[in-house]
Design a protein around this ligand. Structure first.
Ligand code: ADP
Length: 364
């Protein structure tokens, strides 16, 4: 291999190696770098030269020299300095090694410290992610367990209350006459809550499978309204307005009912001063649109993003005394999306909110 004069002009150490790793020829850069005379360098093992002069002890990437015909680049760190070692295989010898003197130790120390910090942070992040994942799983397990365990006692209570209602436990006193309807309403509310918890647990375990039948969304709305009427009472009259002669959709009647009862339940809960809950239904542009509007406390635009997250609640002076799990809207949106639709919201604080269920219209 010809030795071009430019080799002596470069600052890096350059040497030609034979297949045993012996230096055949070295440039002035390597002489300066190692402090060894060109004659001593010639014929010496490159490993021994770099170890004794620069303290670079580890050259495994180079060995065996002739074994690979590929370019290899590696970094070495010795006595507070950093070196870049680049091996270029050559045709008429084993190859050329370039030893780049790549900077002082302080900068390198900083870089290494930074890299170490990053690594520590990455380890911490990984362990936090694992903990979060574990907590999420525990939350799901708890939800599943609690909702299943609550169902039994609730059924017993419902049984007794209906026996009070139908007189099978004898005549009611006047004070009991007043109390039984309250118990019935509270049991309905608990029922709603437990079914939300059960559905969320199913959703998270991927056990929630929709049934699909052709439905008129107006019938689903009528059913949900009937269910909610006792909870709404006189302070929250539920009105319905139909803007289409038929609103056909394909979906799961129970799940769609659940979405609507959740929306109506919220409209009632978050209108503490009462007010109409207005439901409107129409079919437009291939979509069924069902809106539930209230004249309640409304929601600030900053808080809208949180509504549909799991356990997401807006807690402020107006809402902190209103009971809830923060699961209703999360579940409603997930169910709507499983139907190929979505839930949208518009709200003005102290004026009211409109939640809109949008579903694809069924085609003929
Ligand atoms: P929650 O069980 O808390 O009612 P949801 O998921 O149904 O849970 O609702 C999430 C939050 O959105 C509620 O905590 C409430 O702050 C807000 N919200 C929902 N519906 C309404 C509404 N109609 N008016 C005002 N705020 C509402």
């Amino acid at each position: 291999m010809d030795w071009h004069p430019a080799f002596d002009a470069v600052a890096d150490g350059v040497c030609l190696l034979d297949s045993d790793g012996r230096i055949q020829r070295a440039n002035d850069g390597l002489v300066r770098l190692t402090g060894m005379a060109a004659e001593s360098l010639a014929g010496s093992q490159i490993g021994a030269v770099l170890a004794s002069s620069l303290g670079i002890l580890d050259l495994p990437f180079l060995l065996p020299i002739g074994a690979s015909g590929f370019r290899k680049v590696s970094m070495a760190y010795a006595h507070g300095r950093r070196y870049t070692l680049t091996f270029e295989p050559a045709r008429d010898s084993a190859g050329v090694l370039v030893v780049g003197n790549g900077g002082d130790g302080e900068k390198l120390d900083e870089a290494w410290q930074l890299a170490e910090r990053r690594e520590t942070e990455a380890v911490e992040l990984r362990s936090t992610a694992r903990r979060m994942h574990e907590l999420e799983r525990m939350k799901s397990d708890f939800l599943n367990l609690a909702s299943h365990e609550l169902r039994g006692p609730l059924a017993v209570l419902r049984g007794y209350v209906s026996m009070f209602e139908d007189g099978s436990l004898g005549d009611l006193t006047d004070s009991m006459e007043a109390v039984v309807p309250v118990m019935t309403t509270k049991l309905r509310e608990m029922n709603l809550l437990i079914s939300q918890m059960l559905e969320t647990a199913r959703l998270e375990d991927s056990r929630l499978v929709l049934s699909r039948e052709r439905l008129d969304l107006r019938d689903v709305l009528a059913g949900a309204r009937e269910k909610m009427q006792p909870i709404a009472g006189e302070r929250h009259p539920i009105s319905t307005e139909e803007g289409a002669p038929a609103v056909p959709v394909v979906g799961d009647r129970n799940r769609l009912t659940m979405i609507l009862t959740n929306l109506m339940d919220n409209a009632i809960k978050y209108s503490p001063d009462g007010g109409e809950v207005a439901c409107r239904i129409l079919a437009r542009g291939g979509r069924a649109i069902l809106s539930v509007s209230d004249r309640g406390i409304g929601i600030r635009s900053d808080d809208l993003g949180r509504l549909f997250t799991r356990f997401g609640r807006v807690v402020n002076a107006d809402t902190s005394h209103i009971p809830g799990t923060g699961l209703g809207l999360y579940l409603a949106r997930e169910l709507a999306r499983m139907h190929g639709g979505d839930i949208e919201v518009e709200s003005v604080p102290k004026v009211g909110s409109t939640f809109r269920l949008v579903l694809p219209l069924a085609t003929a």
